[in-house]
Design a protein around this ligand. Structure first.
Ligand code: IPD
Length: 275
């Protein structure tokens, strides 16, 4: 399979970014209203701590409805089960609430993530790459957006990754999966890494973490076990802000096996330090 030629699409990455931003903001505002009305766990997924709230489901339903209305020929892949084949070459990869546990506890680090992706077997491990995306944190009213080749923005202003190139001075974000086996492995990696970096942050939303990296609030980020909806929009935002994205090794694109993101001078050092 070859990568989609974006010039053959019926729209431009910039227009797709505008739509992603509009949808993420509108649904994010709704997510915030639902939070103010109270929140409860609706179901669990991979483990008892991997929760879904009614707001996750409602937000995904709203996103799907709006995408189908705006672009009926596009496909959709959503965290809470949305799946729709498209005919246009574009598939929207959506996470209605990334950072659901923060949402549940009222910690202000959760976001709605909306990405327009195309087929690209080499860019990411899931075989797709975002050409436009937006991530909106409704608690902080921060909208991050990017389109391919257009740079990255926070609330309309350009953002850039930090210039830290020394691992020993790097503030590194990461995340942990929900199963005991995955967490046990991840704890061992953090134990090896923490003596070698400035410090570690576990903020709790991979999408928001990657956007934070794009804005220079973190110097590096890595996580194993991410799903496409966790990183689709935010990895584009990080790349457009100047980050290098690496996978587990030179032959594996970034994605589920490992995603490392950092300024180009730091990314290889960070990957090597994960062991
Ligand atoms: C999770 C968050 C978390 C990351 C997990 C993800 P969710 O997504 O992004 O930071 O460490 O791997 O599953 O469950 O809040 O949508």
């Amino acid at each position: 399979m070859t990568a989609t030629d974006t010039t053959a699409l019926d729209t431009t990455p910039q227009e797709l970014a505008a739509l992603a931003a509009e949808l993420a903001t509108a649904v994010g505002e709704q997510v915030q209203r639902m939070r103010e009305d109270g929140v409860a766990v609706a179901a669990t997924k991979s483990s008892a701590t991997d929760v879904v709230t009614a707001a996750d489901r409602e937000a995904e339903r709203l996103l799907v409805e709006a995408i189908v209305r705006a672009r009926p020929g596009d496909g959709i892949l959503g965290e809470e089960g949305a799946g729709r084949e498209g005919t246009s070459g574009i598939t929207w990869v959506i996470d209605p609430i990334d950072g659901t546990v923060n949402y549940l506890y009222g910690i202000p680090a959760y976001a709605v993530s909306v990405a327009a992706t195309v087929v690209d077997p080499h860019a990411f491990a899931d075989g797709r790459r975002a050409v436009a995306g937006a991530v909106y944190n409704p608690r902080t009213n921060e909208l991050f957006d990017a389109w391919e080749g257009g740079g990255a923005r926070l609330n309309g202003d350009p953002i850039r990754v930090s210039g830290v190139a020394d691992l020993g001075l790097a503030l590194v974000g990461t995340g942990f999966g929900y199963t005991v086996e995955r967490r046990t492995e991840q704890a061992a990696v953090v134990a090896r890494l923490i003596p070698r970096v400035r410090d570690i942050r576990r903020i709790g939303s991979a999408a928001y973490d990657l956007c934070g990296l794009a804005a220079g609030r973190l110097d590096g980020f890595y996580e194993r076990g991410l799903n496409p909806w966790d990183y689709a929009a935010a990895a584009l935002i990080a790349r457009e802000a100047g980050a290098a994205l690496l996978g587990r090794d030179a032959d594996t694109p970034p994605g589920e096996p490992l995603l490392v993101a950092a300024a180009p001078g730091l990314a290889e050092q960070l990957r090597a330090a994960l062991g």
